[in-house]
Design a protein around this ligand. Sequence first.
Ligand code: 5GP
Length: 153
Amino acid sequence: MAGDRERYIPFLPMGSSIFSRIIQGEVPGSFIYRDDIVSVFLDIQGVNPGHCLVVPNEEVACLADLNPETGKHLFWVAHRIANAYRAGAIECEGVNLWISDGEVAGQEVPHVHLHVVPRCLGDSLIIRYDARSWNESQRPRLDEIATRIRERL
Ligand code: 5GP
């Protein structure tokens, strides 16, 4: 991932979230990567070693306010980190990428961040939900939902 952008950080906007303070160097962080758009550092309470957060340097609280180009870059960087983990940088058998957008979704820090979580068999992360089962008789309802979303893209 080394590239020109990685060598300097020309734009570090002031912000007040804990992540902005880490990015600005006011609070310690264990950095994996940084460029002019995003910074990546280890989560202080990671599920497994290597659990990191890909964070836009510019502080925005929610996905709706995130510049789509920044969003692309966020995923691009996370993808490369996941590949590095899968290639042996971190001992793991899988990886989760996740974003919690909104308090109800579990977002604790109001500064958009994409988690990259290396996963190991038997680790402590349990993703559990009561699955709503759909069947073919409900296809019209599924199609209605799909149409509603499509129309707003
Ligand atoms: P969220 O629940 O908002 O998706 O994730 C917030 C994450 O930020 C949590 O996993 C939490 O451990 C991490 N976190 C909170 N405060 C700090 C901090 O001061 N430093 C670092 N490195 N991570 C933090």
